[in-house]
Design a protein around this ligand. Sequence first.
Ligand code: ADP
Ligand code: ADP
Length: 222
Amino acid sequence: MIRFEQVGKRYSNGHVGLHELSFRVRRGEFLFVTGHSGAGKSTLLRLLLAMERPTTGKLLLAGQDLSQITNAQIPFLRRQIGVVFQNHQLLFDRSVFDNVALPMQILGLSKPEIAKRVSVALERVALADKAELYPADLSTGQQQRVGIARAVVHRPALLLADEPTGNLDPRLAAEIMGVFEDINRLGTTVLIASHDLALIARMRHRLLTLQRGRLIGDGEAV
Ligand code: ADP
Ligand code: ADP
C-alpha cells in the first residue's frame, strides 16, 4: 500500500526533513512512527498527503507515484486517506452529525447516503447516541472519537494520525488506540505518528523509529 524508496525531503531553506528513507507497508497493517521532535514524523505524513513533494527517491501510495502526482490528481488521492489530528479540529458551531458529515457533503453525496454513512461512522466510535449534540457537550475523549469518525466516514483505505493522543490522559489514550485497532480490524491500514512510547510498547504493533530524518528502527515495539 505504501512504498518509500530512498525518499529524501530537503526544504527550500536547506533543512533536511528526511534522508533516503526506505520502507514498505502492506495493506491492512497497523503501525506507529515515532521519534523526537524534528525527527521527520510530520514530514513523512505531509509527503503521504502530497502536501509536500519528495526531493529525491520514489514514493508510492496504492500504486500511485506521489513524486510525480499532478495538482489535479491530489483530491482523488486524498479521498483514499483519512487524517486525525491532535487537536481534532472540530467545528464547535455544528452538531456532531454535521461535523462527521462534512467530508461527505464536500464529495457531494446524497442526503440519505450521508445519513447512513455518518451513523455507521459514529457507531464505530461508540457515539451513535450523540449525533445531535455539539462538540462542547462532549468530553475530550469523545471529541477525539468524533474526529476519528470524521476521518473514516468516507471509508479511506489509509488512516493517518498525528499525535492523536497528545492531549489525553493515559486511560483515554488507551481507549482511543482501541478505536484505531477496531477500525484496522475492518481492513483500513492505520499509521500513527506518536512519541508516547509507553503506550506504543503496550500495543505490540510495528514501530518505525526516526532520528534526524533517518530510519533507525523497524520492528515490533518492546
Ligand atoms: P502551519 O502549518 O500552521 O502553517 P507554520 O506556518 O508555523 O504552521 O509552519 C509551517 C510548517 O513548517 C509547519 O508544519 C511546521 O511544523 C514546519 N516547520 C517545522 N520546523 C520548521 C523549521 N525549522 N523551519 C520552518 N518550518 C518548520
Ligand atoms: P517531527 O514531526 O518529527 O517533529 P518534522 O517532520 O516536523 O519532525 O521536521 C523534520 C525536520 O524538517 C526538522 O529539522 C524541521 O526543522 C524540518 N522542517 C519541517 N518542516 C519544515 C518546513 N516547512 N520548512 C523547513 N524545514 C522544515
